[in-house]
Design a protein around this ligand. Structure first.
Ligand code: BES
Ligand code: ZN
Ligand code: ZN
Length: 495
């Protein structure tokens, strides 16, 4: 599913074209029009009088004679165009090409302002082409008949090195987003904490990432009673995955990414009902995202220090499961009163967030498919953003818009602490009411990022449950969406 981006002055003969057309513009004004032969251009001129390409349209024209097509993608009016609309347009183009079984096409490019803007714009273009090309076909027989886009020719009058550089970076990031989706999509029967750990290990090969795996014995000896507690019901032993990338200055503090790695969430003894359990093999999407974000950073050679941590467990009901009412002692010394075994993500993250302190981080970002309540609050288009730091909130919102991994702030306030005060333990793992579940989960996590002296480190929590799967109209294939890898990569570059 790799796409080869080729920058050239002329398209190869007989190749199909993609035209991106601003509303009110004519097909015959497209720069690539001049590469059509006379029969073809006469044909288009003839029919174009009666055809209007509106915003969001996808129209396909089979040209006479040769077996080539023009795919016309409708953009908004030029004044309403934006980076986000460009991302969607590119995904639409690749989506349409696949549907038409077009494995190669050409489109017109030109610099878009400063060198940096041009690089960023074309990074986004190639990235979105690559992610639109992905489908999870590992388990399909007959996958060789599947048509994917293999080559995209970017035609310009003066091939520009910033465009080429943007394409290259976008391809790298796009490939890692797809790898994140492939991993998250893997069915629960083929994904265990050990398999996830092996994946992290394999992914560090050929990079400067050093990966360490703690087994159950080590997790126990460190006092991570939260992780041990949640894992008890499963025949699969927990793992604690640590990936370190020291690409920056020796004395520079790292950014630590923490990802929820529940390889399957049945809910435990508080078993989930039929519909709710269905997609819970993707409950390690946060873990998958941080593994592939640090790998992207390594592949791009970022001069930064980064650590990714994934507590990995399977949450199962059995004779050895943890029980509602159990009190678990975490590595911080604080205890958790388990009121619902289905609120397991916050329990394992409690240990991981305390462990992160050891790195003296300049920032910790945790990423988790944490609550259904976040989906209720936000729908499926924005990730839930929680942080005690207003500046970080602003930064994440900005990076969210730029990356397409959009995030929206929800309250994180001490007001809610009353709702999760434990009766027999320090903190209860669910709130006293059924309201505001995304916030009570975040406020619970918050307790493990601070002590009596205050915040242990600057911290951001991303509840990616809303963005776990791609939705209709996004021009991404069904299944894991790969959020928020691109946002995290932008953060790692800029923070
Ligand atoms: N993994 C789920 C949250 C989830 C739900 C993610 C749907 C993606 C899609 C989490 O572990 C969970 O079960 N949360 C419970 C918490 C409740 C028991 C307080 C929930 O959201 O229902
Ligand atoms: Zn759960
Ligand atoms: Zn879960």
């Amino acid at each position: 599913m790799r796409i080869n981006f080729k920058l050239a002055k002329n398209p190869s003969p007989k190749i199909s074209f993609v035209f991106f057309i601003f509303e009110a513009d004519k097909i015959s004004d497209q720069p690539l029009f001049k590469f059509l032969n006379k029969t073809e251009s006469d044909y288009i001129k003839n029919i174009s009088a009666s055809i209007k390409i509106k915003y969001k349209d996808i129209k396909v024209f089979a040209l006479p004679g040769e077996n080539r097509k023009i795919i016309a993608i409708g953009l908004p009016k030029e004044k309403n165009f934006s980076g986000e609309k460009a991302m969607f347009a590119m995904r639409m183009a690749v989506w349409a090409a696949k549907k038409e079984k077009i494995a190669e096409f050409a489109f017109w490019v030109c610099p878009v302002g400063s060198e940096e803007k041009t690089r960023e714009f074309y990074e986004s273009i190639s990235l979105n082409a690559v992610t639109a090309n992905f489908e999870f076909i590992k388990y399909k027989s007959g996958k060789n008949e599947h048509v994917f886009v293999r080559e995209i020719q970017a035609i310009c009058a003066n091939p520009d090195k910033n465009i080429a550089e943007g394409f290259k970076r976008g391809m790298t990031i796009g490939e890692e987003i797809n790898a994140c989706r492939e991993l998250a999509n893997t069915p629960g029967g083929d994904m265990t904490p050990q398999i996830l750990a092996n994946h992290a290990k394999n992914d560090s090969r050929g990079t400067k990432i050093k990966t360490t795996i703690f087994d159950e014995k080590k997790i126990k000896s460190l006092g991570m009673g939260g992780i041990i507690g949640v894992s008890k019901g499963s025949a699969e032993k927990p793992r604690f995955i640590i990936m370190e990338y020291w690409g920056g200055q020796k004395n520079e503090k790292p950014v630590v990414l923490v990802g929820k790695g529940v390889t399957f969430d049945t809910g435990g003894l508080n078993l989930k009902p039929d519909q709710a359990i269905y997609e819970m093999h993707m409950d390690m999407s946060g873990g998958s995202a941080v593994i592939h974000s640090i790998r992207t950073a390594a592949r791009l050679g970022l001069k930064k220090n980064i650590v990714a941590i994934v507590p990995a467990v399977e949450n199962m009901p059995s004779g050895s499961s943890y029980h509602p009412g159990d009190v678990l002692k975490t590595i911080s010394g604080k205890t958790i009163e388990v009121l619902n075994t289905d609120a397991e993500g916050r329990i394992i993250l409690a240990d991981a967030l305390s462990y992160a302190k050891k790195y003296n981080p300049k920032l910790v970002v945790d990423v988790a498919t944490l609550t259904g309540a976040a989906i209720v609050a936000l729908g499926q288009r924005y990730t839930g953003l929680f942080t005690p730091d207003k500046k970080l909130e602003e930064l994440f919102r900005k990076l969210g818009e730029e990356s397409g991994d959009k995030v929206w702030p929800l309250p994180l306030s001490e007001d809610y602490e009353d709702e999760i005060k434990g009766t027999f333990g320090d903190w209860a793992n669910v709130g006293k009411t059924r309201y505001g579940g995304a916030t009570t989960a975040a406020v619970f996590l918050w307790q493990f990022t601070k002590d009596s002296n205050g915040q242990l480190y600057p911290w951001v929590h991303l509840d990616i449950a809303p963005r776990m799967t791609a939705i209709e109209g996004e021009y991404l294939s069904k299944g894991a969406a790969g959020a928020p890898v691109r946002l995290l990569v932008k953060l790692l570059e800029k923070f």
